[in-house]
Design a protein around this ligand. Sequence first.
Ligand code: HEC
Length: 146
Amino acid sequence: MMPLKRTSGLIWILLITACSERTPDRVTVPGRWYTEAEVESGARLYQAHCAVCHAADGSATPDWRTPDASGNYPPPPLNGTAHTWHHPLAVLDDTIANGGVRFGGVMPGFAEILSGDERLAIIAWFQSLWPDVIYARWQEIDQRSR
Ligand code: HEC
């Protein structure tokens, strides 16, 4: 009896894991969590909502460590040159949804404007700018946070 029960338990785990994937046949960009379609829609959404502060190519602000006259930090680059890769996916999503005001920052939150999928697509777009070495470091941090 025991071995049989264990096998059926294992099958359940496999089934649950398979069903909790967002779409079973999603084809991701090699080595990355996102699809090409997510990067494309993220690029459009980013230009519409984020480029005004973080620049069209995600490079603003090169001098992101220096606060302005009122003590606010400028928008940091999202293109992999600053420290955005220190944050797990859930934290990046939370920052975009709820902004930085609650931490004394100035970035507005987008929870009312962008759906969860749209926020993820934007993250996919700016991560597509990251070199593999930066992405790999982020992936380790993200895995550890789960
Ligand atoms: C009004 C300007 C402004 C807009 C618009 C804006 N941001 Fe920001 N963003 C900032 C600032 C300034 C910070 C630094 C933290 C703070 O002051 O809140 C920041 C921080 C961030 C961070 C944290 C980065 C890090 O390295 O810790 C992420 C991620 C981010 N923004 C993504 C986005 C995305 C995605 C959008 C569009 C949906 C967006 N931002 C729109 C100004 C903006």
